[in-house]
Write a protein that binds this ligand. Sequence first.
Ligand SMILES: Nc1ncnc2c1ncn2[C@@H]1O[C@H](COP(=O)(O)OP(=O)(O)OP(=O)(O)O)[C@@H](O)[C@H]1O
Ligand SMILES: [Mg+2]
Length: 190
Amino acid sequence: MEPLHGQYTADESVSVRLTVRTPDRMQELGRALAGLLLPGDLVLLSGELGAGKTTLTRGLGEGLGVRGAVTSPTFVIARVHPSLSGGPALVHVDAYRLAGGLDEMEDLDLDVSLPESVVVVEWGEGKVEELSEARLQVVISRTLGAADPCDETGSDPDAKPDPDADDVREVTVTGIGRRWVNQDLSPLGA
Ligand SMILES: Nc1ncnc2c1ncn2[C@@H]1O[C@H](COP(=O)(O)OP(=O)(O)OP(=O)(O)O)[C@@H](O)[C@H]1O
Ligand SMILES: [Mg+2]
């Protein structure tokens, strides 16, 4: 997954940007992410419909070694995937219809301890940040039409358009809060 630009900023956040070209790669990124996560971590996934949030979470569930397939929860807002190996459970939340934010999430009365779980929330921006004093913010965007600076053919006006260009995603992972200050995010780019 290239390129990787690690950057530390003064406001206690650390950030990397990745280019993810296929759904498989997105799942791979999820597995790599799982390797960095600890019980109590909160991950917020943003990006338009079909950006790849659930695909990433699927890999994350594999990496954590949890039970049950990670799918788009159509009728459920949250699903708990217990660990198969004594590690943290994965709590996968789709906050799309969660208008009330945190209160509503607490009302879900999930039968799980959040401090002992990894909590991943799709569409959670502006709704569930208060669950934790630190969070990992993952923003996925489509890059359709954006020229790839590493791609030499991009400057050739006669070059055929890349049929897979529609699949390319730009992913920015930002750790916010002290939990992430000295965390090395470079394994995500491996
Ligand atoms: N590079 C890529 N990374 C991730 N998904 C990709 C990529 N290229 C194509 N796709 C496709 O985009 C779709 C992503 O769907 P997914 O359910 O993961 O999105 P989502 O962000 O969870 O959407 P929603 O907001 O509806 O929950 C899948 O069909 C996947 O195969
Ligand atoms: Mg989804």
